[in-house]
Design a protein around this ligand. Structure first.
Ligand SMILES: [Fe+2]
Length: 407
């Protein structure tokens, strides 16, 4: 199965992932860590507590001798969605948890770290090591969510405060886009079992790709401006019916975080504050509905784009595996929407035990994104990785890379 690490190397990964979470809040105040901007987003304090809760219920409870909760109430407050574990505090009310304080949450984190370390030094069974690997990867996922949630929170402040002055933003190796022949025919999809992967990335299986091409580059802000200027958000012909209903109901007319400053200049708010929109950068913070509408528009209106569409996740994965050198920004800039529903691979088995609720139960009404973003934690990207969000979600670092039928 998965490659197993030595105790020391696992402890190194554990401690560096725990430290990274604390580094992320270095410039935040307790008030910043407390607030919740919407139901989808969680307070930073909640993320810091929840990833500790995960170790407490998934690792310490089954493995620690004479286990006791540090505080049994935390088991309810910081349970995200695990029905098999018990009651949960309502998601939309996470910002009202003024207690425990941030300091108590940080103390709890250190308590968990000491207990995990001594457990691992005492009993390094393969199952324990595997659960700790899940805990590390789980915390890394919440680190990206912490950043996207803080960005959304700070955007609610009329002064548009920056999270950080050091550059944490979308980058691009953008060059003039060209179409590259994709990998057609029978392709192997999924994690090959070497190294950690989530259950939703397996089992490896064979898929047939029709002949297609993939864009060497991501869609840019400049191209998105052309879409807007051509009435993209005002013309139902480009939109899925559910997407058009969403545009109308939410009065959507630009990507999230686009705004005009006092001089009427187009800006984009990021973790580095509100800056003039950089046209050459990849567009980000768009929903699946918007990505799909853009592809439909591009296929009719952009030169050389006839037949443009979103890639399937299998086209994306086989391309990233075999032709990575031919393209730019597959990883580390923005997540890329695919046309694939988030569903189980043939022969899929959820993880055993409580961890079985991690992924499988969400395989409905969501679309797959591939790659990784500028906010993704170090050592948390791979070609088989499947991110997923509902079709209207756009507070994540989500954009698109086009594909088209034929070569
Ligand atoms: Fe979680």
């Amino acid at each position: 199965m998965n490659k197993m690490f030595s105790v020391n190397s696992l402890l190194d990964q554990f401690h560096s992932s725990r430290k990274y979470s604390i580094d992320l809040i270095a410039d935040l105040s307790p008030e910043d860590c407390q607030a919740q901007s919407m139901e989808d987003a969680s307070p930073a304090k909640w993320h810091l507590a929840h990833v500790s809760w995960f170790y407490e219920v998934m690792v310490l409870k089954p493995f620690e001798e004479n286990f006791q909760y540090l505080n049994p109430q935390f088991a309810v407050l910081f349970n995200s969605y695990y029905n098999g574990i018990g009651d949960k505090h309502p998601r939309k009310l996470r910002g009202l948890l003024t207690r425990p304080s941030l300091k108590e949450v940080l103390d709890w984190r250190r308590n968990i770290e000491n207990r995990i370390e001594s457990l691992l030094n005492k009993n390094a069974s393969p199952e324990l090591k595997w659960l700790i690997q899940i805990g590390i990867n789980h915390e890394q996922q919440h680190q990206e969510l912490l950043l996207t949630d803080i960005q959304h929170l700070l955007y609610q402040n009329s002064l548009f405060p920056a999270y950080s002055s050091s550059e944490i933003n979308i980058h691009s190796d953008h060059k003039p886009m060209e179409w590259i022949e994709g990998i057609s025919g029978l392709v192997e999809i999924g994690a090959d079992g070497d190294g950690f992967h989530f259950d939703n990335e397996s089992p490896q299986h064979t898929v047939f790709n029709q002949a297609h091409s993939i864009a060497s580059d991501l869609v840019t802000n400049e191209q998105w401006l052309s879409f807007i200027e051509d009435g993209g958000y005002e013309n139902s012909q480009w939109w899925l019916d559910a997407g058009w209903a969403w545009v109308k109901a939410e009065q959507i007319n630009a990507p999230l975080y686009w705004n005009k400053n006092e001089n009427n200049q187009l800006c984009r708010f990021s973790l580095n504050g509100n800056k003039l929109l950089e046209k050459s950068l990849p567009v980000s913070n768009i929903s699946y509905f918007e990505a799909e509408a853009f592809a439909r528009w591009a296929s009719k209106r952009l030169e050389g784009h006839a037949g443009a569409r979103l890639p399937t996740e299998f086209e994306w994965e086989s391309f990233a595996k075999h032709k990575a050198n031919a393209a730019r920004d597959l990883f580390g800039s923005i997540w890329q929407w695919t046309s694939s529903n988030y569903s189980a691979y043939p022969g899929y088995q959820p993880w055993k035990g409580i961890a079985g609720e991690y992924n499988g139960k969400f395989m409905i009404n969501q679309m797959v994104l591939r790659g990784s973003s500028a906010y993704t934690s170090p050592d948390h990207s791979r070609v088989s990785y499947r991110n997923f969000f509902p079709t209207h979600a756009r507070w994540q670092m989500s954009g698109l890379r086009l594909a088209k039928d034929g070569i």
